[in-house]
Design a protein around this ligand. Sequence first.
Ligand code: F6P
Length: 368
Amino acid sequence: MPAARTDPPPKRTIGLLTSGGDCAGLNAVIRAVVARAQSYGWTVRGIHQGTRGLMRRPVEFTTLDPARAGTDILRLGGTILGTTNTGNPFAFPMPDGRKVDRSAEVIEGVRLMEVDAVVGIGGDGSFAILRRLARQGDIPLVGIPKTIDNDVGATERSVGYDTAVMVATEALDRLTPTAASHARVMVLEVMGRDAGHIALAAGIAGGADVILIPEIPYRIEAVAAHIEALRRNGRNFALVVVAEAVPDRTGERVRRQQASGAFTYGGIGEIVAHAIANLTGAETRVTVLGHVQRGSQPTWNDRLVAQAFGVHAVDLIAAGRFDRMVAWQNRRVVDVPLADIIDRPQTVEPDSPLVLTARGLGICLGED
Ligand code: F6P
């Protein structure tokens, strides 16, 4: 029997935007969306600076083809489209300090671009905004998860996480010889927002002695006792990894308000180092890794996940399936309703395999 012929999907134009903090692997997603769209004979319009580009008139976008967004860009960190994590259109910060609802302008911007669907590459915060816009403006939307924090629900991987862990692990590799040479306790503060995924994974991979994450309450005295026990056993140095959202002794997270009004974490490493020095008499030094974790060339793993996600997202559009996010589950690329992941961040479960691994290795998590 001859194989059934299926009609090609109708010609479409896709709007593509990156939203929230950048990370390594975004350009690999862009390249994959462009390549897959090309295979259908479709057009991709890359929107500049996330929803900000949609507020500008004329709307700021670039038509992307494989010559502009081919294999060259898949190695590059950052996003060729630009992004924003401070421009929530429902409460847009104006120069005079007011917050204004500019969602109608963004929706109008999508209409002016004449696209049939939008692919948004973001974290759960971005998806909450994009989904609200999509519902309000009747915009067919597909999401692709990215964030170094790896806290998007329903997916084991988000683009950018692997690279951030690689950078943090490498930092521990570089701190080890200097720590040993000077007999110091080295404290490495890593990003991750409210999730300890980067700290936990990099800490295990990089041979940390202590890992503090926001999901597991710690006592600094337990950390000090562990470092003293290491010393008694002949180790002259120690590596301590602290996730940025770990609270201080009073239970407060160390945050700073930026010019945009946004709060960012940073500074707990210094507090932990100071306390360790007081309790143990050890010489301590602090490295705050910061945005270095976002800026590297993507690892092979991030490039792979990014491109698998990009292809699947375009296939969802071809199948007319919207309001969904692509996800990685059990070695497969799948898709889930966007509604399922919004406001449900995936932080470290206190009995997760990596927590058990850390405990099994004798790594101190600050517990008694
Ligand atoms: O969500 C990604 C992230 O890098 C977090 O790990 C960090 O807390 C935050 O963004 C930093 O934001 P910004 O780029 O605004 O300093």
